[in-house]
Write a protein that binds this ligand. Structure first.
Ligand code: MN
Length: 295
């Protein structure tokens, strides 16, 4: 099932070019106060799966009539793998990957919906695209085993881990407002199937930069989720993004980024540098050395 958040915190089931609004039915289910409709739905998993199948008989609208929002607009945290493909480790001239680096956090306030605009904050720094497969946690997870880990995944979505290059801490470089485009919707794990054979393609202004398959992840989804749950308690709706393959490169004012994932679809955003200012920190030229811009 493809589930989207749209308009003002409404949730719908996407079927082809149509969307069935199930907001009122989801809001009637028991849930904690102050959470988005999508998190209310996830809190009711797996009950909600059966219920939604009945809702699916409801009235549908054309997708073009609604404004897609971030599928989970209010995760308690976004966890990310720093280096999780060998070819990306090589292009960054890194000698370490996830097994010695561990994970880092991106601010939830950096989320951006499909069709949104990435705002580059600085005039004098390099910013790159990183196309990634992300998973949405389905229920509270703490000290989960690798064997059980996939049972905790509610669904999958596309994520762009937009990054400033340099020596500042990753949480700084990757948490600017609009630096985490996510969507266009999520696909529930029962429909999605194995996360270990997902084709990933990411292009910038029509030129293909990243082409990979998640079978090449150093730590696959199960191992990554199990590890994260040994560090922190995962809550329903939390996002874990799996890392990016080779092909990162600079993005600039006027660029358009497209991330295509098999089984999910296409996430597209634009890049603008309006109101950019000189960077107040001096990490430029420090940190991992990124590849030269594509010719
Ligand atoms: Mn990344």
């Amino acid at each position: 099932m493809k589930l989207a958040t749209f308009d003002n915190d409404r949730v719908g089931i996407v079927t082809g070019e149509r969307i069935i609004d199930v907001t009122d039915q989801v809001r009637a289910l028991p849930h904690s106060s102050g959470v988005s409709t999508m998190r209310a739905l996830i809190q009711n998993w797996p009950v909600s799966g059966g219920a939604l199948t009945e809702f699916a008989a409801g009235v549908s609208r054309d997708l073009s009539e609604v404004q897609l929002q971030v599928p989970v607009p209010d995760p308690t945290k976004i966890i990310a793998a720093p280096v999780n493909y060998a070819d990306h480790m090589n292009e960054m001239n890194e000698s370490s990957h996830v097994s010695s680096l561990g994970i880092f956090l991106k601010a939830p306030s950096s989320l951006l919906a499909h069709d949104g605009i990435i705002q580059l904050p600085y005039t004098d720094r390099r910013f790159d695209q990183e196309g990634e497969l992300a998973l949405i946690v389905g229920r509270r997870a703490r000290h989960v085993s690798v064997d059980d880990a996939l049972d905790y995944v509610f669904g999958y979505t596309g994520l762009l881990d937009i990054t400033m290059r340099g020596g500042e801490d990753r949480s700084t470089r990757k948490s600017f407002e609009t630096f985490t485009p996510m969507g266009p919707w999520l696909v529930t794990s029962d429909e999605f199937g194995s996360p270990e054979d997902v084709d990933l393609q990411c292009s910038v202004s029509g030129r293909m930069r990243q082409k990979a398959n998640t079978c090449d992840l150093i730590w696959g989804v199960a191992k990554l989720l199990a590890y994260v749950s040994s560090v922190m308690t995962l809550e329903p709706g939390d996002v874990i993004t799996t890392g990016t393959p080779a092909g990162v490169g600079p993005i600039n004012d006027g660029d358009e980024i497209e991330l295509q994932l098999s089984g999910i679809g296409r996430l597209a955003v634009a890049v603008r540098a309006a109101n950019a200012v000189p960077c107040p920190t001096n990490g430029a030229g420090k940190g991992p050395v990124p590849p030269p811009p594509p010719a």
